[in-house]
Design a protein around this ligand. Sequence first.
Ligand SMILES: [Zn+2]
Length: 281
Amino acid sequence: MLCDGAMGTQLIMRGLMPGECGMRWNEERPDDVVAVHATYVQAGCRLITTNSFGGTRTMLERHGQGDRVLNWNRKAATLARAAVDRDGWVFGDVGPFGDFLEPLGDTTEDRLFGIFCEQIVALVEGGADAILLETMSDPAEASVGVRAAKSVSGLPVAVTFAFQNSAGEFRTMMGTSVREAIAAALEAGADIVGANCGTDLNLDDYFALAKELKAAAGSAPVILQPNAGAPKNTPEGDCYDATPEEMAAAALRLRDAGISIIGGCCGTSPAHLASMARALS
Ligand SMILES: [Zn+2]
């Protein structure tokens, strides 16, 4: 199954200022959010991810919008629901809460559980079909997220970690290996496990990562959402420049490696996903 690609860069192309809160558009520019979802649906994506990556109270408070958690997450799911046709599904998107659990930070697991529950309840109310906890680095944080999702809904829960190549091994920013991260997510009750994004990984790295994920996941379906190749440093910041054709070739390799759900992360656009859809069909 094909899920979608990046949301933030698509909103920036429509006028969102870098650093501005993209979730604000769920309320103020809903037609633009639906239009981005619709371009991914037209590209052939069947699993559409809500515009709610920074939707925890802790992340929205950075924009002074902590009181919008319920409203903006509910709207995020409603907008994605409006864009998928009868054959599509809505992934309620949950990103990292933006700080560290104890003892590195001062957030307790109980408090984090409440933070995740608050966001996920709203995504479920808005019509999410499944919950996606993505770009995770800390297996403890991911586990709290899975337990929160399971406590407020009966929906399937997917967890994806962001890995980097650390001295020849894939590890999260917290130093967690693929095997440890996936085991923690499964033990907490995740139904689907995998990876998204990543630091300095090229398309060959994602293929190697796919094989490790499959080995770690056992019988659980694996999801992988690679970036559009490795980032190139430019004066304007990181630039991901894999072509749609290169992403299509990568998608075929990931499917052959046993990945069940394939999508895109940083640098991927509807053109990339359309090319991937044609290759996988
Ligand atoms: Zn990314």
